[in-house]
Design a protein around this ligand. Structure first.
Ligand SMILES: [Zn+2]
Length: 328
């Protein structure tokens, strides 16, 4: 991701970093947090380049001088990248990085270290890093990248400036999940779920989402044409599939996406959460007015709120399905 693309996709982040470099007011440590594909690593590398580039224009690095290229190739003496070795970042890795910087500490230039997936540091690695943040031996800039900022030590968070990267636009997210092998139908749903959840599902529970969407398609069809079947499906399948509150909440999201799609079809727009179900959606859109779809969206949102208030899940779902079916 180039400087210009980042500037376009993450204008707040890039403006903030640009201003800090211009005014020479960079913090000693930053946490770049945001989901996969938001350009955290690219931003970190560009920031490092901006500090060392010999041909930069303003703060924008040239990407082609010797300094820039060394950073690209991971062999710049003052820029170190730390990545997970297997599942975690270990204490020995942090220590060897610190040792290397100490050797080079004689030179006055700033030392930059980028820790990718910083939440994967073991507790002892994190503590070792913390000492470094507290008492650097020479001017340092720490860039800690993470998709899960909540897994970082509070003490690290409090010593760093946190910068949040905005989630990528919908189409880009769909593409991201497709590239991870999720299949188009599932990717269209994953891209609409909250980031953290979607990441987990993309990795571990793709099949579960596939089954969940099949249930949504079945239930909404029954609500429209075979209401006597609907409550049976709820008991025998839905409640078996969406078992705890978190899962039920996702079930409601999937249901919400379905009715939103009906509205999308009505307005003759593309961009469906159920792109392969266009025919069924079109049929459903003939049965419901815009107002009736909007009501249903409200009821589903209401059910999501009630779910949080600890209601009985089965009663909540029965009530909702009857409303979806009867329209009142
Ligand atoms: Zn350069």
């Amino acid at each position: 991701m180039s400087w210009n693309v980042l500037q376009e996709e993450q204008p707040l982040v890039m403006n903030l970093l640009t201003k800090s470099v211009e005014k020479n007011r960079l913090a000693h440590a930053y946490i770049f947090e945001g989901m996969r594909g938001t350009g955290k690593k690219e931003a970190a590398e560009l920031l490092a380049k901006s500090l060392f580039c010999r041909e930069k224009q303003g703060v924008k690095p040239c990407d082609s001088c010797a300094e820039c290229r060394r950073i690209d190739h991971g062999n710049h003496p003052d820029v170190m990248m730390l990545e997970a070795d297997g599942a975690s970042i270990k204490k020995a890795q942090v220590e060897s990085l610190q040792k290397e910087f100490t050797y080079k500490g004689m030179e006055a230039s700033t030392k930059v270290y980028i820790v990718d997936d910083a939440d994967k540091m073991t507790a002892s690695a994190a503590n070792s890093l913390l000492k470094f943040l507290e008492e650097p031996e020479s001017p340092t800039l720490a860039l800690l990248l993470t998709e899960n900022v909540h897994f970082l030590l509070d003490t690290i968070i409090s010593r760093s400036q946190k910068i949040t990267f905005a989630p990528p636009p919908l189409q880009k997210r769909i593409r991201m999940y497709t590239e991870q092998g999720a299949g188009e139908a599932v990717s269209a749903l994953l891209a609409r779920l909250p980031d953290q959840l979607a990441e987990t599902f993309a990795e571990e529970k793709k099949e579960w989402i596939v089954q969940g969407r099949t249930l949504v398609i079945q239930l909404t069809e029954e609500a429209q044409n075979r209401p006597q079947q609907m409550l049976l499906t709820l008991q025998e399948k839905w409640l078996d599939h969406f078992t705890d509150r978190e899962e039920l909440d996702i079930g409601l999201d999937l249901l919400l996406f379905w009715y939103r799609d009906i509205l999308t079809v009505k307005m003759e727009k593309e961009d469906l959460a159920y792109p392969d179900q266009k025919e069924k959606l079109e049929q459903a859109s003939l049965h419901l007015t815009e107002k009736e779809v909007a009501d249903r969206l409200q009821w589903i949102l209401e059910a999501k709120r009630r779910l949080r208030a600890n209601v009985n899940a089965q009663l909540m779902m029965e009530h909702l399905l009857l409303r979806l079916q009867e329209g009142s």
